[in-house]
Design a protein around this ligand. Structure first.
Ligand SMILES: *Cc1c(COP(=O)(O)O)cnc(C)c1O
Length: 228
C-alpha cells in the first residue's frame, strides 16, 4: 500500500477550510481508498466509468464520488444513480444526457463545465466563446452562483451547474501554468459567485492553482503514489 498519510495531513492543512480536496484514486485499489477514508477523506475522484462503478459498489455509501474524466454520453447511465459531481462536462449533448439520466433516477446531478485552457489539443472542454454562448442560453436550472445570463424557462431540471473545471498544460513552465489558470479564474468570475466551485489544480500545480483562486483541487499521485 502506497498511501502517503503524512502528505495527506500536510495537504489538508495547507488547503484549510476554503479549498476542497478530491483524492484522485483512479487505477488504485479499494484498500488505498479505505486507508484515506479512515483518515477522514470523503471525496474521491475517478476517471473511468467501469472502475468507478466497481469501486462504488464495494465502498462506504457516504463517499462522495467525483467523475473527473472524459465522459461519453452513452455511459452516463451507469454513474447517474450515485455520482456526486461530474467535473468534465464538455458539450451540450452530454449535459442533456446527464439531465435525462438525472430525471430517470429522480435526482439532480451536480456538474462542472470543463473549460479548455491548455494549449494542447488533447484536452477537452469549451473555449471561452462556447462557454459564453452556453451561459447566455440559460439552459441550466437554478444553478448556484450565476452572475450573468440565465433566461427564464430553463429546460434542464435535473442538472445543476456548480462551477467550472480546467486543466493546465503539462509543462515545466510555471509561468505558463499560472497564466492558463488565471484565465480560467477570470472566466469563472464572469459567470459565477465566489461560493461556486472552481476545480483546478493537480499534484503538480495545486499550489499555483490555490494562489490563483481554486476552490477545489484534484490530487492523485501525491497521495496515492505514481500510476506507473
Ligand atoms: C489524474 C487526474 C488528476 C490527478 O492527477 P495527479 O497528477 O496524479 O494529481 C486530476 N485531474 C484529472 C482530470 C485527472 O485525470
Amino acid at each position: 500500500m502506497s498511501v502517503n498519510k503524512e502528505k495527506y495531513r500536510e495537504i489538508r492543512e495547507e488547503l484549510g477550510i476554503s479549498v476542497q480536496l478530491v483524492a484522485v484514486s483512479k487505477t488504485k485499489p479499494v484498500e488505498d481508498i479505505v486507508a484515506l477514508y479512515d483518515q477522514g477523506q470523503r471525496d474521491f475522484g475517478e476517471n473511468y466509468v467501469q472502475e468507478l462503478v466497481d469501486k462504488q459498489s464495494q465502498l462506504p455509501m457516504d463517499i462522495r464520488w467525483h467523475f473527473i474524466g472524459h465522459l461519453q454520453s452513452n455511459k452516463v447511465k451507469y454513474i447517474a444513480p450515485f455520482v456526486y459531481l461530474i467535473h468534465g462536462v464538455d458539450s451540450l449533448k452530454l449535459l442533456r444526457e446527464i439531465d435525462k439520466q438525472g430525471g430517470r433516477n429522480s435526482r439532480v446531478i451536480n456538474c462542472l463545465l470543463q473549460v479548455h485552457i491548455a494549449r494542447e489539443d488533447t484536452k477537452f472542454g469549451f473555449d471561452a466563446k462556447e462557454l459564453d454562448d452556453l451561459m447566455m442560453e440559460g439552459i441550466w436550472s437554478g444553478s448556484v452562483g450565476m452572475e450573468a445570463g440565465g433566461k427564464a424557462g430553463n429546460s434542464l431540471k435535473n442538472v445543476k451547474i456548480l462551477g467550472l473545471m480546467g486543466m493546465a498544460s503539462f509543462t515545466d513552465d510555471p509561468a505558463k501554468v499560472r497564466e492558463e489558470l488565471k484565465g480560467l479564474k477570470t472566466l469563472f468570475d464572469k459567470y459565477f459567485q465566489p461560493s461556486a466551485i472552481l476545480s483546478m489544480g493537480m499534484s503538480g500545480d495545486y499550489k499555483i492553482a490555490i494562489e490563483e483562486g481554486s476552490s477545489l483541487v484534484r490530487i492523485g499521485s501525491l497521495l496515492f503514489g505514481g500510476r506507473g
